[in-house]
Design a protein around this ligand. Structure first.
Ligand code: ADP
Length: 338
């Protein structure tokens, strides 16, 4: 659906050169809800601006629907842009126009007839839960309602791709969840591919199936959300994951718990079904070892439970090796901590 191959983007302003994107490779498949996360200045907005052809890459290729963007002629580019909806952090609504008119504008610009516009706008307002607010002005709406108008407007021309630029960053947590659930429903109901840029891991956790982590113009990690959350590799990813899930000992416990050579410490990761199995109980029953839980946490990612536990085991080395093998064979990921 969307592919970036070896993309670089360099800005030159007043003699100052900024390399905003470095060797970006990315593949978004149809139906994905693809999250792009990074701190401010990481290059997220620039990446999105390349996808909707607001910027051209300095080198490399941007492919949308099997065609390199630079090879589109002006008419094809206009058509392509109609197929990409965009929603923004600041909503970008016309304050002097009613909700109804705001949603109708893309259809008017596309030259649709009055009857069609009438039906489509009503349908869209119904979809986003604002059927009774068509006559209101943006200033009369809450932030969440304004973003619903933004979503209805973005969907007006029936795009197959929706780009969301920090779409929930200006909203409170409860409204954020409602908007994210609406986006998820739209993605499923209309098979719309979503690319969502954010600096909040909770947004990725709630609706994305794939994630790319950006740092200083590069994608430092990407893949299925569960894989990236379960085993973050890059320090930036680890920082983001730790904003949501603790996977290490609180310092007070770290200092208080003493270890000797017969005691070993392990980090266990439970995913999906294994989180509901009594594997620890079975291990204790099978092996004659002492066991102590130092820390445990659980979180839900993509409707799957992800749990971490840090345990201490004491017993002879061979027995401990067999016990941890037992856990691994039961589907728990085990890592010894030193
Ligand atoms: P993010 O969206 O992750 O905050 P941006 O893509 O906005 O990051 O910016 C990445 C880098 O590129 C920043 O250093 C920013 O200052 C620079 N940049 C973005 N757009 C321009 C531009 N039009 N001219 C010059 N520099 C730019």
């Amino acid at each position: 659906m969307i592919e970036l191959h070896d993309v670089d983007k360099v800005f030159q302003r007043k003699g100052k050169i900024t390399q905003a994107l470095k060797n970006i490779n990315l593949k978004v498949e149809q139906g994905d809800i693809y999250g792009i996360i990074g701190y401010s200045g990481a290059g997220k907005s620039t990446l999105v601006r390349l996808i909707n052809a607001l910027e051209a890459p300095s080198s490399g290729r941007v492919i949308v629907k099997d065609k390199v963007i630079s090879e589109y002629n002006a008419k094809q580019l206009r058509e392509m842009k109609k197929d990409i909806g965009m929603i923004f952090q600041g909503f970008n609504l016309l304050e002097s126009k009613t909700v109804w008119k705001n949603v109708a504008i893309p259809l008017i610009l596309a030259g649709k007839n009055k009857a069609f516009i009438h039906q489509r706008v009503n349908e869209l307002l119904e979809l986003v839960g604002l059927a009774d607010r068509g006559g209101s002005y943006p200033a009369e709406l809450s932030g969440g309602q304004k973003q619903r108008v933004g979503i209805a407007r973005a969907l007006a021309t029936n795009p197959s791709i929706l780009l969301c630029d920090e779409a929930t960053s200006a909203l409170d947590p409860q409204t954020t969840v409602q908007i994210l659930m609406l986006l998820k429903r739209i993605s499923e109901q209309f098979n719309v591919t979503l690319v969502l840029i954010t600096h909040e891991m909770s947004v990725i956790q709630k609706i994305c199936n794939k994630v790319a982590v950006m740092d200083n113009g590069s994608i430092v990690e990407h893949g299925n959300v569960l894989d990236v959350f379960g085993q973050p590799q890059h320090p930036t990813t680890l920082n983001f994951v730790r904003t949501l899930i603790r996977d290490s000992l609180p310092e007070s416990i770290e200092q208080a718990s003493n270890t000797n050579q017969h005691i070993r410490r392990y980090r266990l990761e439970f995913l999906g079904e294994t989180a509901g199995q009594p594997v620890i109980y079975q291990m204790i029953k099978t092996f004659d070892i002492e066991f102590n839980i130092l820390f445990a946490s659980m979180s839900e990612v993509q409707d799957t439970v992800l749990g971490f536990m840090i345990i201490q085991l004491s017993g002879d080395a061979e027995l401990l090796a067999r016990a941890t093998d037992f856990l691994q064979n039961s589907g728990v990921r085990v890592e010894e901590l030193h």
